[in-house]
Design a protein around this ligand. Structure first.
Ligand code: 4AD
Ligand code: MG
Length: 457
């Protein structure tokens, strides 16, 4: 007999004869002549209620079943008399696939996020993390759908690379040299690639080459930063979505970023409704109204100077002072989005000295065509720019940033041959998930988080 997922059974329109369901026992309630088994198979938040009668040959064993035990249930799907569910299964057989001893850590009581992080290998079995990882999977799929519908092609950038796109020096080195072997005068001559290699911090440089051939492309994959900051919104390994568009200026880039965030908000509200309900009930009571606001309100767009002026005039005491030429901190981003505008804000035209070499220099010679999308609570969710397409200006910027152009000849070729304006951005996928679920810590939106000092699992 073919196995059915609980999500399909519970969405059924009619009763069904002889269904087979596999799953794990969440709870058991016994009465005199039968037991209710609440079974979950991970396909959805809801459990399937199974009625096991004392006529079943192994009923005595079923009455001892513990939480976490694995079962195969055969029976009929019938209308349920109980509250809160439409269907239940009257079991004709319940096979015990394996029994979980009482030491199973996920007994019925609610556990703290901190504790669940210490058992990250088991937490997907809880309601909250099951819902979270279903939303993660579905949102990734919706991102592909979003781009596909707009004619973007998904291409892959290398994970091991010799370049440092952001120039922030937060690189994890990749080497096959044994510890202690410094390779002599040329430290990389004996190394695997014969050059310094590291894990990518961004797929952008590769995405630009592909956009300048195929038009509209995006990358979506893991990126790595050895940022030694233990914050709620930084991970050492995170996923980034990076669209890149040929023939597109900064304002078209902002339009795409805004459309993407709006569409993802609509997607979870409408297409992940059952799982999202858990987060609005137990994690962030304001979640749905925040998401509705994100969908409805146009994002505010202001140049960096204006953001600085607003912050300086706010009368707020910030731990980091605000002055022209310094980067916005999370507290500043939150003030703009939560207090001042009460909406997502796109800040653009940043001073060039706080941004990477590849951003297009504006006519003022001082700012670059950068844009960051800021949202309440999280702050920066997207960072992007129009790219410098003029060879001479780009070379001058590389010099200012102390970047050796000889390592980037291949990149400069794109400005030598048929150079055109182009733009793109990177959206942190975990930050998006934090926004969509109201979960406050990045460690809780990725199955196995990597942060400083933490590589368990
Ligand atoms: O602003 P960033 O550094 O931009 C870039 O890397 C560009 N090369 C992207 C591009 O234009 N193609 O990073 C982009 C986004 C940030 O806005 C943030 O959402 C996320 O990546 N991000 C992180 N997410 C989690 N943990 C970290 N340590 C992150 N660093 C950046
Ligand atoms: Mg950034």
């Amino acid at each position: 007999m073919q196995r059915t997922k609980i999500i399909d059974l519970l969405g059924s329109d009619t009763p069904r004869r002889q269904v087979l369901v596999n799953g794990w026992l969440r709870t058991r309630r016994d009465s005199k002549t039968f037991s209710f088994l609440e079974v979950n198979d991970g396909s959805c938040l809801a459990n399937l209620q199974v009625v096991a009668n004392d006529t079943l040959p192994n009923y005595e064993e079923l009455r001892k079943l513990t939480t976490g035990s694995a079962l195969a249930v055969a029976g009929d799907l019938v209308a349920s008399g109980g509250k809160g569910q439409r269907w239940e299964v009257t079991a004709s057989a319940v096979d015990i696939l394996s029994v979980a001893p009482e030491t199973y850590p996920l007994q019925k009581k609610r556990h703290s996020d901190e504790y669940l992080r210490s058992i990250a290998h088991l937490r997907p079995r809880t309601n909250k993390y099951g819902a979270l990882f279903r939303i993660r999977a579905d949102t990734a799929w919706a991102i592909h759908r979003f781009f596909r519908q707009r004619g973007f092609r998904w291409l892959h950038s290398p994970i091991i690379t010799a370049s440092d796109c952001e120039g922030a020096g937060e690189l994890f080195r990749v080497t096959t040299l044994p510890p202690g072997d410094n390779g002599g005068s040329d430290p990389f001559s004996k190394d695997f690639f014969g050059a310094r290699a590291n894990l990518t911090v961004s797929g952008q440089l590769a995405a630009e080459m592909l956009a300048l051939a195929l038009g509209d492309v995006y990358t979506f994959g893991p990126t790595f930063r050895a940022e030694n900051s233990n914050t709620r919104r930084h991970a050492a390994e995170f996923w980034m979505v990076e669209p890149e568009m040929a023939f597109c200026d900064l304002s078209g880039n902002m339009d795409l970023g805004e459309a993407l965030i709006k569409e993802m908000s609509r997607f979870v509200m409408e297409e992940c409704a059952a799982d999202l309900e858990l987060f609005s009930r137990f994690v962030d009571p304001g979640l749905k109204s925040t998401l509705a606001g994100t969908i409805e309100k146009p994002f505010v767009r202001i140049p960096y100077v204006e953001a600085v002026t607003i912050l300086q005039r706010s009368g707020q005491r910030f731990s980091f002072p605000v002055e022209y030429g310094s980067d916005l901190q999370t507290e500043h981003e939150r003030y703009l989005t939560e207090v001042h505008f009460k909406a997502p804000v796109i800040v653009y035209d940043y001073p060039k000295q706080i941004k990477p070499f590849y951003m297009r220099v504006n006519n003022d010679g001082q700012t670059v065509a950068a844009m960051d999308v800021l949202v309440p609570v999280i702050g920066e969710i997207i960072g992007g720019s129009q790219r410098e397409e003029r060879l001479d200006v780009l070379e001058a910027r590389m010099q200012e940033c102390n970047i050796d152009p000889s390592a980037y000849e291949w990149y400069l070729d794109s400005r030598r041959y048929g150079s055109v304006i182009h733009s793109g951005f990177g959206m942190g996928f975990e930050r998006l998930l934090m926004m969509l679920t109201g979960v406050a810590n990045i460690r809780d939106v990725i199955p196995f988080p990597r942060t400083p000092g933490n590589i368990a699992f």
